[in-house]
Each structure stands twice: as C-alpha cells, then as structure tokens.
Design a protein around this ligand. Structure first.
Ligand code: TYM
Length: 335
C-alpha cells in the first residue's frame, strides 16, 4: 500500500476551501491507503500566533478533522511539534534546498507581501519543513489543494538533490494528489483570491464551524455578476465568482461543473445561491455539531494526539536517523 501524508495548519478555523481541497479527499483515501495526518503547528508559527489561541486552535483543528471522519484508530493523527524528526530533517533540507529555489515560491511572496524584509526566516524555509514532513515517512502520495502544487514540486527537487549529492536512492518521488472540482476554492468576496482561514474578512470564507444562518448570509452576500448561470462550462470563462460557486456545488454533490450547469444553467444567482446554501448547510451542520461534542473532552483529544505521535515517531525516527547517517553524522542512539 502506498503511504499517504498530508498536513493542515492550526492557524484558524478550517474553511470550506480546506474541506473541499483537502480534508474531504483525505477521508476518501482512508479506505485503501496507509494515512498519516498532521496538524502542522511548527508551520503555523512562521507567522505570529497568540500562544493561547494557538493551543485552542490546535484542539479545534483536531476536533474538526475527527468530526469530518478522520479515523485516528486505523490511521495516524498527530501534532508536528510532538515528533522531533520533522525539525531534524528540515534542518538537513535547509542545507539541500537552494536560495534560488525558495526565491521562486509564490506563497512566500503572497504571505510576506510588501514587507518582505520583516517576514520571519521560518516563513522563507517553510517549504523545506513541508518536504521534511513528507519525506520523514517516505510517503509517496500527498493530497492537497492546488495552492500547494509548487511546494510539492520543491519537495521532489529536494529529494532528487539529496539522492544525487549522497549517491543514494533514499527518498522516493512524491505524487501530488490534487483532486476534484474544488481544488482551489476562491474567496466569496473576490473570485481571484483563494479562500483562506487567515483572510482578515470573515465574510470571505465559510468556516466549518459556521451555523446555518451565518452560512446563508455569507452566500447571499457573496460577490457575483448580474448574468444568469450559463448552460456550458465555456460560459464560465472570465466569470471567476460564478465558476467558484458552481465548483463548490459540484464538489459537494460529487459531480463536475458541466453536470451542475446541465441542471442549473439559466438560473439566476438568487435561485442558485438558495440551493447552494441548503446544500452547504446540510453537509456542514453535522460536522459543526460533532466538533462541538468532541471539544467538550479536550483530554480525549490530547490522548488521541499522543498515541498518534508515538506511532508517527516509530516510522519517522529510523528514516531520519538513516538520513543523518548518510549525511555523515555519528549517531549516538545505537551506541
Ligand atoms: P493549510 O493549512 O494552508 O491548508 C490545508 C490544506 O487545505 C488546502 N487549501 C485549499 N484547497 C482548496 N481551496 C482553498 N481555498 C484552500 N485553502 C487551503 C491546502 O492546499 C492544503 O492541502 N503547507 C500546507 C500544510 C502542510 C502540508 C505538509 C501539506 C504542511 N506540511 C505536508 C501536505 C504535506 C498548508 O498550506 O496548509
């Protein structure tokens, strides 16, 4: 069985974008893969996080993932900071990746914005840590949203350079799994910007914890154009907001843009937004209710993460110890 790894930052409440671009695909892969799911708190602090909020958000993220259907008894769910192999391998990868490669990362440019000089060094080497997350487990399949494509290409470049420099065939090639009609869910306020848990405007996103009224209001206020929906996919060209809402509908009904337009082509946004609201509410309210229930027992969540970390370390520690040996470190553990 191929090993799957993916991660999510506890930097806010997960959004419909995280759900459709990633979490939902994680759940689907659980039937026929060995999966490792990681709440990446080391990545979260590459931008400022209030410590008390980070703790709470980490528990909330864990609860949401379980509520979405992640199976922590069959697979592994853990916190990145609890398994030291990630930071150890990331350091080695910091010495493999080239500055030129990192300079091309569009996510760094987006996140650092105009004040690049003031961005943390951690934000700059973020993709190296991400490569370490995956390669510490020799994982070969990584389900992510479309925004992570460039980081996974870099993870493969790092693996190839490591193998080449040390004359080994140690780190495997990874296959990005960017799946479904909503691999890049856009902001509800601006169809050219990705929906993000860190967007300053709460109106730009649907959070997995939003109640029915909030979801209805956000969808009603979502930016659209005055034209009705087209009947064919070509008609969505240059209509990013329309494409986004149709993509969300398609993902939630397990179809594609064309099928949604066959059923709803010609409808005005007033009508379509109403059916979309009903659909989103019907899919998300059970998740919100289950999250709330799980959050009542934080000790159980922490216990789940503790068991996950021990199982993750069992896989990652020998791989990273071997990497250190290949690099030329004299390992002390076995002596
Ligand atoms: P994060 O927390 O930003 O996002 C988690 C996952 O959600 C996907 N995603 C989206 N998909 C569709 N539309 C959107 N608007 C949208 N926003 C987010 C992301 O693509 C991601 O799959 N760097 C990663 C976390 C990470 C990771 C890893 C992933 C750390 N190490 C190793 C895979 C493997 C991230 O951006 O998380």
């Amino acid at each position: 069985m191929q090993r799957v790894f993916s991660g999510i930052q506890p930097s806010g409440i997960p959004t419909l974008g995280n759900y459709l671009g990633a979490i939902r695909n994680w759940i689907k892969m659980q039937d026929d893969h060995d999966c490792i799911w990681c709440v990446v708190d080391l990545h979260a602090i590459t931008v400022w996080q209030n410590p008390a909020e980070l703790r709470q958000q980490t528990l909330e993220m864990t609860a949401v993932l379980l509520a979405c259907g992640l199976d922590a008894s069959k697979h592994i769910l853990f916190l990145q900071s609890a398994v030291h192999a990630h930071a150890r391998l990331a350091w080695i990868f910091n010495c493999i990746a080239r500055l030129g490669w990192l300079n091309r990362m569009t996510q760094f440019k987006d996140k650092a914005g105009k004040d690049r000089e003031n961005a943390s060094a951690g934000l700059y080497v973020y993709p190296n840590l991400m490569a370490a997350d995956i390669h510490a487990y020799h994982a070969t399949r990584v389900p992510v949203g479309d925004d992570q494509r460039q980081h996974l290409e870099l993870a493969n470049d790092i693996a190839q350079k490591f193998n080449h420099d040390y004359g080994v065939d140690f780190f495997p090639n990874i296959e990005p799994m960017i799946l479904g009609p909503a691999a890049r869910v856009m902001s509800l306020r601006d169809g050219t910007k990705k929906m993000s848990k860190s967007d300053p405007s709460d109106q730009s996103r649907i959070n997995l914890s939003d109640d029915a009224d909030t979801i209805a209001l956000k969808i009603r206020r979502a930016k659209t154009d005055p034209e009705p929906l087209p009947s064919e996919v070509a008609g969505l060209e240059n209509r990013p907001e329309a494409r986004n809402l149709v993509g969300i509908y398609a993902a939630l009904t397990d179809t594609d843009h064309a099928a949604v337009l066959r059923d709803h082509g010609g409808a005005g946004f007033g009508t379509f937004k109403q059916v979309l609201t009903d659909l989103v509410v019907s899919k998300l309210s059970p998740i919100a209710a289950e999250t709330e229930r799980l959050l009542k027992d934080p000790d159980l969540l922490i216990q789940t993460l503790r068991i996950g970390a021990a199982r993750a370390a069992e896989i990652a520690d020998p791989i990273v110890a071997e990497t250190e040996r290949l690099v030329g470190f004299i390992g002390m553990q076995e002596r």
